[in-house]
Design a protein around this ligand. Structure first.
Ligand code: CP
Ligand code: NVA
Length: 314
């Protein structure tokens, strides 16, 4: 199997999808599709043989932790898990010192952080690629997996209508960034005070992305091809739980809402789900739901990211 190498991505960081141009975004998806098909057809190339990825986690994770680990293994390399209580990022040791140590041992760093600035600082000091495994601001790997899923379900996504219902958070911000690269039409339904950040929204609009903000979640769903939601209380926001539950009252997605969608409408969620808040369990396990395809595609999308950023050792 000959996976196309995207020379322009080699050695780069992936802190947000803003850092990619449209062609690079589409090439990463094409590479992910090729790797996924190849793996399912029994191809077992080892392009990352002898390469190591450090995985830093300041927050909990199931999908990101598991899929990066498996991706490195399946590509012939190895991942090493560095939890916050083990390394004390910025507490036991400065970000700069940690970056300079890791630089001497590993070929890449994937980090899940609270502050996005932590990732930026790691990337400033590390010479190896730094990949955002979720920060308070962005979740680029999630949206790569989601767009891989959209390609598989719909083929061409140009003009696809996506309704994002819920908090204008990290996942919503990456939806906005992805809209710049894909030509989808994105409607975000959120309560007042929970809009995406203007610093993310306005540059995307200036680049021509079709993004509308509304208050009524059902209005956003009417005629949409994709209904996407995410938690109301992201990791690190637990102290705002009651305030957020009140603010998002009326935003709980249930399968009845699927009737509002277009004939080909699907439901998506990045997971974990907080049942009874942003959606019901019935929504996630509904035949129109693709949430576990999204979870599966984290593996394939991240294989493409690792291969292109770390570069093949073959
Ligand atoms: N969707 C996602 O990033 O899942 P985890 O938090 O379990 O990694
Ligand atoms: N917005 C969620 C995404 C989890 C994958 C959070 O940050 O907790």
């Amino acid at each position: 199997m000959d996976v196309t190498s995207i020379d322009a991505l080699r050695g780069r960081d992936l802190l947000s999808l803003q850092a990619l141009n449209r062609e690079e975004f589409q090439q990463l998806l094409a590479c992910a599709l090729e790797l996924k098909r190849g793996w399912k057809d029994g191809f077992r190339p080892q392009p990352l043989k002898h390469k190591t990825l450090a995985m830093i986690f300041e927050k909990q994770s199931l999908r990101t932790r598991t899929t990066f680990d498996i991706a490195m293994y399946q590509l012939g390399g190895q991942a090493i898990l560095l939890n916050q209580d083990t390394i004390g990022l910025g507490v036991r040791e400065s970000l700069r010192d940690i970056a300079h140590n890791l630089d001497r041992w590993v070929e890449g760093i994937m980090a899940r952080t609270h502050s996005h600035d932590t990732l930026v600082e790691l990337a400033v000091h590390a010479t190896v690629p730094v990949i955002n495994g979720l920060s308070d601001l962005f979740h680029p790997c999630q949206l790569l997996a989601d767009h891989l899923t959209l390609r598989e379900v719909f083929g061409d996504v140009e003009g696809l209508r996506v309704a994002f219902v819920g908090d204008g958070n990290n996942v919503c911000h990456s939806h906005i960034n992805a809209a710049v690269h894909t030509g989808i039409s994105l409607t975000i339904a959120c309560p007042e005070g929970y809009e995406p950040e203007a610093d993310v929204l306005e540059p995307a609009r200036k680049k021509g992305a079709d993004i509308t903000i509304v208050r009524d979640p059902k209005a956003a769903c009417r005629g949409a091809d994709v209904l996407y939601t995410d938690v109301w209380i992201s990791m690190g926001q637990e102290q705002e739980t009651e305030k957020r539950r009140r603010a998002f009252s009326g935003y709980t997605v249930t399968p009845e809402w699927f009737d509002l969608l277009s004939d080909r409408g699907i439901f998506m969620h990045d997971l974990p789900a907080h049942y009874g808040e942003e959606c019901s369990e019935e929504a996630v396990y509904h035949p129109q739901s693709h949430v576990f395809d999204q979870a599966e595609n984290r593996l394939h999308a991240q294989k493409a990211v690792l291969l292109q950023l770390l570069g093949s050792s073959e």
